[in-house]
Design a protein around this ligand. Structure first.
Ligand SMILES: [Zn+2]
Length: 196
């Protein structure tokens, strides 16, 4: 079966006139660049509402159009048609003194699955400083995706990165993605669980 890649960026809608930071400022750039480089079948789901209206990464927003018309069908419909499927959730963080040294970090909701460690190692081996972090499982997109047995992870880009740096990182992410897809090309059965 053919692979399918889902890229989400639920905090990517920004208002350029806003004085305070109210969105993930480089998430759209990072997600669009990654999407443009992927040669597999894929779908990019940028945010269609501001985070202040509803945080699309939270379960309480499941009744939004983003979830009902984008997230749920994009995750559910390909389950029988494509394999493997990957979900990459893209975010960005403001550079503050304590985390400013890292260009990005990987948030692991999988409980330490190999594919997450492999991405961290691939980035490090290609000269990009990064680390894996585990946080509380509050990310509804990834929880939903993991409940369908889809390998899923979250990438946080530093908002100090230039467009060129983002592209370089996205190219390394693709090296990892290609390896992971090749490993799974013989997997045929997808388990699904009930999440909501
Ligand atoms: Zn975010």
């Amino acid at each position: 079966m053919e692979p399918f890649i889902i890229i989400t960026a639920p905090h990517s809608k920004c208002d350029p006139s806003a004085k305070e930071r109210m969105c993930d400022k480089v998430a759209k750039q990072a997600a669009e660049t990654l999407s443009s480089l992927i040669k597999y079948k894929h779908k990019l789901l940028l945010a269609n509402i501001y985070r202040s209206e509803c945080d699309l990464n939270r379960k309480k927003c499941i009744n939004t159009d983003y979830w009902q018309q984008e997230i749920i069908p994009t995750i559910d419909d390909p389950l029988k048609k494509y394999n493997p499927i990957f979900l990459i959730d893209i975010h960005s963080f403001p550079s503050t003194p304590d985390i400013s040294l890292l260009p990005l970090f990987i948030i692991d909701y999988s409980g330490g699955k190999d594919y997450v460690h492999n991405l961290v190692n691939t980035l490090i081996n290609n000269g990009i400083k990064t680390e894996r972090r585990e946080v509380e499982p509050v990310n509804a997109i990834i929880q939903y995706s993991l409940s369908k047995d889809i390998p899923s992870l979250l990438i946080e880009f530093n908002e100090n990165l230039s467009i060129e740096d983002i592209k370089k990182i996205d190219e390394i992410i693709l090296i990892w993605l290609e390896k992971e897809i090749n490993k799974r090309s013989d997997r045929k059965i997808l388990k699904t669980y009930f999440y909501f």
